[in-house]
Each structure stands twice: as C-alpha cells, then as structure tokens.
Design a protein around this ligand. Sequence first.
Ligand SMILES: NC(=O)c1ccc[n+]([C@@H]2O[C@H](COP(=O)([O-])OP(=O)(O)OC[C@H]3O[C@@H](n4cnc5c(N)ncnc54)[C@H](O)[C@@H]3O)[C@@H](O)[C@H]2O)c1
Length: 324
Amino acid sequence: MANCMVTGGFGFVGRHLVKMLLERGDRVTVFDVVPGSPFLEDIKGEFNARVGDLANMAHLVEAVRENQIETIYHVGAAIPPLTERDPSLAFNANVLGTQNILEVARLLGVKSVIFASTQSSYSDGDAFIPMDYPQRPGTFYGMTKVCGERMGEAYWRHFGVNFRGVRYCIVNGPGRGGVNPGQFVVWTLQMAALKRPFKVFVEPDAEVASIYVKDAAKALIDLNEADEAGLRYRVYPIMGYTVTARQLVDVAKKYVPEADLTFRVNEDMMKKVRSLNLARRMDIEPAMKDWGFKPEYDLDASMRDYVAQCASHRDLLDYAIPEF
Ligand SMILES: NC(=O)c1ccc[n+]([C@@H]2O[C@H](COP(=O)([O-])OP(=O)(O)OC[C@H]3O[C@@H](n4cnc5c(N)ncnc54)[C@H](O)[C@@H]3O)[C@@H](O)[C@H]2O)c1
C-alpha cells in the first residue's frame, strides 16, 4: 500500500487511474484544479481530493507534505485545443506545473514521478516513429510536453529524482471529452454502445493509432513498479492498436447490430486528420521489453467495455455531441 497523488485525477485518464490505485489498496490523493468528477462521485469517500493549481508551488507542497506522498502520477495538464489558443496557460500548467512537480519531488523526497507525455511531442513526418525520432513539435502543447520530458530527465540525472514517463497516442474510452479530429474513434464506439445515431465525419479509411484508456492508466502503474535496472529510457512510447473508421463501424455493429452508424465526411475534419497524420505508429518494443508493457484491450475488448460502461453509467455517458 502506497501513498499516491494523481494530478489531473478528475480528468479522463486520471479518473481511471484513481480507481485502479484504490482497487490495489493504495491511498490516493487527487490534485486537480476542478473539485470533482461525476465519474468518481460514488467513491468520493475513498480518496482525498485537493483542489489546487499545478502552477502554484505552495498548493503542491501542502498536498504532498500533508499526505506523505510517495509516488506522484503526473497526469494533469492543459490539453489542445485550449493550449493552442492560450500558450500562457499551456506554459503555466504544463511547463511550470511539471517543474513544480519535479522540484517538490526533489525537496520532499517523493520516491517516483510518473509522467504522461504524448505522441504530439514528435516532429511531423514518417509513418513509423523510432525511439530516436526528433521531438520538435509544431504545437504549443507538444512543446510543453517535450519540455516536461527533458526536465524530468535532468532532475533524474542531476538530483536522482526517479522520473519515468510514457508517450500516449490517442487514448480512447467512453466519456473522453473534447472536440478534436481523433474524437471520431470515441464517438463511433460510444454512440453505438448507447444505440444513438452517429454520422462518422471522416472517410472510412481514415486511420488512427490508439490505446484504450484502461491500458493507458494501467501502464503508468506498471512503469512505476518496473525494476530500475531494466530501464534503458526515462520515457517510453506506448500504443494499443491502429484502427480505421471502417473497422470501428464494423466492430461496433458486431457487438451492437442495431447501431445506427453512417458516414458523412466533413472535409475540414478530414483535412485535419490527414495533416495530423494520426496513424503514425510509435515503437513500443522498448516498453514491452524493459517493463513488460502489454495492452490487454484490442479493438474488440475495447468495444465490449464501451458497451458495459455505457450500460452501467448511461446517466453520465448519454450526452449530446456536436454534429459535423
Ligand atoms: N487523452 C489523450 O488522447 C492523450 C494523448 C496523449 C497524452 N495525453 C496526456 O495524458 C494526460 C491526461 O489526459 P486526459 O485526456 O485525461 O486530459 P483531461 O483534460 O481529461 O484531464 C486533465 C486534468 O488535468 C487537470 N488540470 C489541468 N490544468 C491543471 C492545473 N493547472 N492544475 C491542476 N490540474 C490541472 C484538469 O482539470 C483535468 O482534470 C495529459 O497529461 C495529456 O497531456 C492524453
């Protein structure tokens, strides 16, 4: 049993991680700018919630000291499109916020810091992204995440802070918020599971690399537990599967035959999907070899879980989504 803090614990990945840590018997403190999540309302008595800003060192010092935190899962961040409209907010939450986390870990002797980075940290380009691929991203968001990675490595080298991280591709799962080009993965499966009509706004062969949210959250725990001697890197890319829009529709109909899914391509969204090159595959061999990363959710298992979650949490997941 460990004392863990999950920054951004009321967000999409964070709330899954919080549940997993509680199931393992860890003591959990959620540190977030928002005061709660409807998805954790039924278990809110089981963890400690701390409203605070990552950019505010005093908030972090208090949270870590008062709860004798041993591991910080640093999942909280400002994400696109907000980061691209407001670079200062991106900088404060993601750059200053991550430096604060590392500094708190150094000063208060936190045993490990586990960081959520992103495929958006890479330079544009090739379909396959090897380990040594350049990280000169074009977005403010990507830049803040590269900075977080490099700072983490420096704190590890200079001060021995046990910094480790993963780079996610698109994380999918019911209830993932936001309106962005990759969101068709979530909405296709979620709307099918809810038996709501959905017009898939990309071409059938539009492809993305993705990971199911439960695998994304579990990877953070597995990386934290990994034997230091086996780690060749501080930050590891991970992904689950690549999938086309056509395959999403097919798997949705396999489990929900009455699903009302049709294609109506939105050229603007399609252009963005193409330019973002969402189908790029990262090299997950090192994560598999060094700390046993092994995603449990393929596309079928993901869809089965959408169906189960949409049945058990229909009140939270049956919301209106924008039309394209
Ligand atoms: N979802 C994805 O597809 C994806 C892909 C790549 C990387 N990531 C990374 O994974 C992590 C989790 O992403 P998510 O999808 O759960 O995002 P999310 O927006 O659902 O959750 C982020 C959480 O961080 C909190 N937060 C934001 N600014 C904060 C601040 N200044 N202080 C304290 N808390 C703050 C938010 O309130 C929110 O609860 C992020 O670090 C993100 O960059 C996500």
